[in-house]
Design a protein around this ligand. Sequence first.
Ligand code: NDP
Length: 449
Amino acid sequence: MDIIIDIVNTRDPFEKEFHQAVTEVAKSVKPVLDKNPEYRHAGIVERMIEPERMIQFRIPWVDDRGIVRVNRGFRIQMNSAIGPYKGGLRFHPSVNLSIMKFLAFEQTFKNALTTLPIGGGKGGSDFDPKGKSDNEVMRFCQSFMSELFRHIGPDTDIPAGDIGVGAREIGYLFGMCKKLKNEFTSVLTGKSLNWGGSLIRPEATGYGAVFFAKEMLATRKESITGKVCLVSGSGNVAQYTVEKLNQMGAKVVVLSDTSGYIYDEKGIDEAKLQYVMYLKNVKRGRIKEYAQKYPESVYTARNAGSGHNPLWNHKADCAFPSATQNEINAKDAQNLINNGVYVVSEGANMPTTPEGVDIFLDNKILYAPGKAANAGGVAVSGLEMSQNAMKIKWPREEVETKLMAIMKSIHEACLSASQEYGTPGNYVNGANIAGFIKVADAMMDQGVV
Ligand code: NDP
């Protein structure tokens, strides 16, 4: 496996997030390659770590003061062995090639785990929607799509949302794409309900992460009811994680954003969650305002230089990191363990550093990596594509039941792969191995392409 890590280090020396994602998968799949030398002979891993296509482009747009701004756009078409490329678009100032490639790489295995016929991709821009007017966001989205539209399509590549890309951005992107292609096709998922969206798509990633935690707890004959939970972020994934946890009788005591976090010992109940949804989705405000509205809660501003995130330093049973990559380092992971947390279900992509992951695994807690735990979002995107293709709309209960069944089957696939390859209960190995085998077998069938 050192050869694979050498390849990425030499070829892309500055892509640290991509190295992190590749190193983890390479370690997990080593026993699979030892048992199946045909994968090595066919250069499967070497091909998997090189995107099939990378598109990088200029996005010029004019702000409200009439000043020309230029952002950078990306689409990584990583792997189409089992279906058209599929994965979200992220608009955030931190976006760069390394982050796009790590997300596209992870997405390939995640999509394979869903059992749906979808390949892996990811895209986005270093544009920051925060503080921009609706008109600025619209002009940016239109400029972004005026290049991207020629690379995507219902049988080629189907983007969706991610950080900074919610219902508003998907609407503007879809509108421009439809105009340029002169087609009303399922070329984006996460659409609004009245023009092709699926019920439960906004909820799917958060709900799915909770369903995955439920499955893990069931292996110890426990349930989620009564558990105290830490949820980071306050965007799409965090909001619906809190909603499902409340519905299942758990109590959530923290939420955060890039500026800081709130701790509410009484719990963020349904009414308080409605306020968070208004605050974040409509008012586009800061989580600090929660503590002003609910004085029983405490707000702590972020101190980036402190070396740890105090949000993970509270007594709890479960943690659902739902903000961004590498938000739990070794110190945070140890704090979680010291505070009694024994279930971690990752709503975000790669939120735990490798050192943090080792601490979870050494302590044998129930730990689900993002590529398994947050696959519910892309799974329901797949269901949105099916409904669009059949020109029908399934009721809410039907989609939620399908989502639950998919999360259960991902859990089973991870558990059985972890057992087969000698590390029972290690969901990191299980997810990497189960996803890898599905993609690798398809690549073997299709020859060297
Ligand atoms: P949103 O943009 O809706 O919310 C992101 C939240 O995380 C916001 O509260 C944001 O704070 C916070 N955040 C973002 N970047 C940072 C940072 N660098 N440090 C601290 N906080 C940060 O995004 P989503 O909820 O859609 O995505 C959250 C995570 O879930 C991401 O890792 C994404 O890749 C992953 N994911 C999302 C899926 C989906 O269906 N949406 C599917 C699968 C995974 P602020 O409000 O200040 O910006």
